[in-house]
Design a binder for this molecule. Structure first.
Ligand code: NAD
Length: 415
């Protein structure tokens, strides 16, 4: 966290993003003030007992960027490099995402500065429970609802829920989402991010009858990337390339995605590059393939000033958070490349988290079909609003999405 011209700046990127919106006339100078800073920043440094009896001080954060639209919503990540700037930036994105998709939530995010590989399972459990003991007064079903993120999972959510319920003395499954289904988790949460993106792509390409004519390259073959690859393949799209951290694989006639998924996950070969169904390419080469649709689904900042001139895809769906730098985005827009922005493209996850919260509050359990039907309805509503505004005001989809999201948050500000 730094001070610039006597102004507290917890998140440089948030400041730049909102200033960019103000420059383009999307926000007025007064509105800019509201969105420029996180509303509430919490930091804790708490002791945790290690298995050998020693104590370690654990640094953790919760940032509630904005709560105008309802309780905070956002995951908790465990990562050795997590800091306030990163958590604030992620909380900012959550605030815009929940607003864009018309959820009754604000935006928040949490982080614990550890490398989970350095700790035993029982130590991780004590770290997770400690997080709840530090922040519980600022969390809760009607206050701020955490979820999993990088290096956290349903087991960690179950420990955190148990700790919270012990403190408040009552069952409270709506405290956290991303739980195991037997603890009140929702059907369909595991595939929801890719599913939301898939519904958008179905709509985007509805005019094209023969989906085999649409070639797709996907960077990342994890939770988001492998599921979108499978859904597109099943719907007839031609997925010609996928990659993971070790590299990529390419077949101009289309990859056999179901065999590839089995190869990586069921047969535990761990990387797509060992699959015998295409030629090996690098991650850099994948991003510059001559395809109709490119889906970055791994990391942020992969398309930048350095490689943007080589990117040939006509359309890009941002399944990862922030895969295109601000400079590269400008260049792509000038070239007429359509970018389906992360705020919209990967919102399926938070939408189904909202469904989990609703089910918990009402003591209900919805079927997978019901979850997917409601997800489709909600994400397509947001997509249509973005499309309409982009056409009406001649804005890119990204700027239209930011405008809708920011205006809704600001409209709820009562000062
Ligand atoms: P994951 O850990 O399941 O998979 C990540 C994939 O990226 C893996 O295949 C990994 O090998 C690959 N990868 C890692 N480093 C790479 C590198 N340097 N180059 C190329 N590939 C690399 O993660 P995920 O849940 O699929 O998330 C992927 C992206 O989607 C992230 O940006 C995440 O923030 C975003 N996202 C995910 C969800 C969700 O619900 N899973 C929701 C919203 C946004």
């Amino acid at each position: 966290m730094i001070y610039l011209e006597n102004e507290l700046v917890a998140c440089q990127k948030c400041k730049l993003e909102v200033e960019g919106m103000a420059e383009k006339g999307i926000l007025t100078p007064q509105e800019l003030k509201i969105l420029k800073h996180p509303r509430r920043i919490l930091e804790a440094n708490y002791p945790v007992r290690m298995d050998d009896g020693s104590l370690k001080i654990i640094t953790a954060f919760r940032v509630q960027y904005n709560l105008n639209l309802g309780p905070g919503k956002g995951g908790i990540r465990f990562h050795p490099e997590v800091d306030l700037d990163e958590v604030s930036e992620l909380a900012f994105t959550m605030a815009l995402k929940t607003s864009l998709t018309q959820l009754p939530f604000g935006g928040a995010k949490g982080g614990v500065r550890i490398d989970p590989k350095d700790f035993s399972e029982s130590e991780l459990e004590r770290i997770s429970r400690g997080y709840v003991r530090e922040f519980w007064k600022f969390l809760g079903p009607k206050t701020d609802i955490p979820a999993p993120d990088v290096n956290t999972n349903s087991k960690i959510m179950a420990w955190m829920l148990d700790e919270y319920e012990k403190i408040v003395g009552e069952k409270s499954p709506a405290f956290i989402t991303g739980k195991p289904v037997e603890d009140g988790g929702s059907e369909g949460r595991d595939k929801s991010t890719a599913m939301g993106a898939f519904y958008i792509l179905q709509e985007e390409y509805k005019e094209i009858e023969n989906k085999k004519d649409i070639s797709v390259a996907i960077q990342g073959f994890g939770n988001a990337g492998s599921v979108i690859a499978e859904l597109l393949d099943e719907a007839g799209f031609k997925v010609v390339a996928v990659s993971d951290v070790s590299g990529g694989i390419y077949n101009k006639d289309g990859l056999d995605i179901s065999s590839l998924k089995k190869f990586v996950y069921e047969e535990k070969n761990h990387s797509v590059i060992l699959f015998d169904g295409g030629e090996e390419i690098t991650n850099g080469e994948l991003l510059t393939l001559d395809v109709d649709l490119l889906i970055p689904a791994a990391l942020g900042g992969v398309i930048t000033r350095e490689n943007v001139d080589e990117v040939k895809a006509g359309k890009i769906l941002e399944l990862a958070n922030g895969p295109i730098s601000v400079e590269a985005e400008k260049i792509l827009e000038e070239r007429g490349v359509v970018i389906i922005p992360d705020l919209l493209a990967n919102a399926g996850g938070v939408i189904v988290s909202y469904f989990e919260w609703l089910q918990n509050l009402d003591n209900e359990h919805w079927s997978l079909e019901e979850v997917n039907e409601k997800l489709k309805e909600k994400i397509l509503l947001a997509y249509k609003k973005v499309k309409e505004l982009s056409e009406k005001e001649n804005l890119s989809l990204k700027k239209a999405a930011y405008k809708i999201a920011a205006k809704r948050i600001i409209g709820a500000e009562k000062v």
